[in-house]
Design a protein around this ligand. Structure first.
Ligand SMILES: [Fe+2]
Length: 293
């Protein structure tokens, strides 16, 4: 019984990895939060605490001071301290490849209803699931300059846990999502110009450091799942799990000066309401590098 993606072929190897992972999982989102005095220049203790959280569950939240004038150099310098340098210049990114996420009336990249630039909810996804295979998003930093007046919280789920619950439920389902054509994103064509060609990917693959990488989106439109019973059952299972109140799903709200440092974990965002004089502003950096722990 072979699992071409992760983590090794043998059940024994899997059980060992699984048990260690579950044993070390934080009990709540509070355990992810590390107070830091200056995210651009972490102390050794702060860096170690963030590294420990990432090693346990692929994510950590740094709680820094509110710096309303801060620009994208804060998340950039934070990321650099963990070996994150190669930014993905995605659609909508500023010139320095960091993306300022805020409500832009009718002015998403090529489309007015591009959800990240609205105050609507975002469903479960990993970032860049439609990227080319040589440009996989392995990690991400979300830095909150200003939270919304209300809402804008994130739910967070370690992809390792998604893999574990799926493989424990039915190994064939986990195997199906290792297929290279599990998930197909149709071409993004706007005004007759191909912004992005059609892409197919496996949901689970291996990251540059040998750990698990996940490409996933819960969106129903503009996504084609491989038409195979195990794939469709696996997707239905994951959808149900992510809608559950599993203690492995962390819920957090980034306050001003706080940020999420993660190995591209699964995440959502709730809808929010802005204070017009101080609208929500979050910088996002997507990297081809894995967090150095
Ligand atoms: Fe995202």
């Amino acid at each position: 019984m072979s699992f071409p993606c992760f983590p090794g072929d043998s059940d024994h190897e899997y059980q060992k990895w699984r048990d260690r992972k579950l044993h070390n999982m934080p009990g709540s989102a509070d355990e992810l939060v590390v107070e830091v005095s200056d995210p651009t220049s972490l102390s050794l203790a702060e860096r170690n605490a963030l590294t420990r959280a990432v090693a346990r569950t692929n994510m950590a939240i740094y709680a820094g001071p509110a710096t309303p004038e801060a620009g994208s150099e804060v998340p950039r310098q934070l990321g650099a301290q963990f070996g994150l340098h190669r930014l993905d210049p995605n659609l909508g990114a500023d010139e320095d490849a960091m993306t300022a996420l805020r409500v832009i009336e009718g002015a998403g990249p090529g489309s007015g209803d591009y959800v990240p630039y609205t105050d609507k909810a975002l469903n479960w996804h990993t970032d860049g699931y439609y990227n080319a295979p040589d440009r996989k998003i392995e990690s991400m930093v979300l830095h909150c300059v200003r939270p919304a007046a209300e809402g804008g919280e994130n739910a967070l789920l370690d992809p390792d846990i998604a893999y574990i619950v799926l493989r424990d439920a039915n190994p064939d389902w986990a195997r199906a999502l290792c297929h290279p054509n599990s998930l197909t994103t149709p071409a993004n064509i706007q005004n007759g110009v191909t912004i992005r060609p059609e892409r197919s990917t496996s949901v689970f693959s291996t990251a540059s450091d040998g750990s698990l990488l996940m490409d996933y989106t819960e969106r129903k439109r503009n996504v084609i799942w491989r038409d195979d019973p195990d794939t469709l059952a696996a997707v239905a299972f994951l959808r149900e799990f992510m809608a559950s109140d599993s203690p492995f799903i962390y819920r957090a709200r980034l306050e001003a000066g706080w940020g999420l440092l993660c190995n591209n974990v699964l995440h959502t965002r709730t809808a929010f309401r802005d204070n017009p004089s101080a609208p929500r502003l979050v910088y996002r950096g997507r990297y081809y590098d894995r967090i150095r722990t």
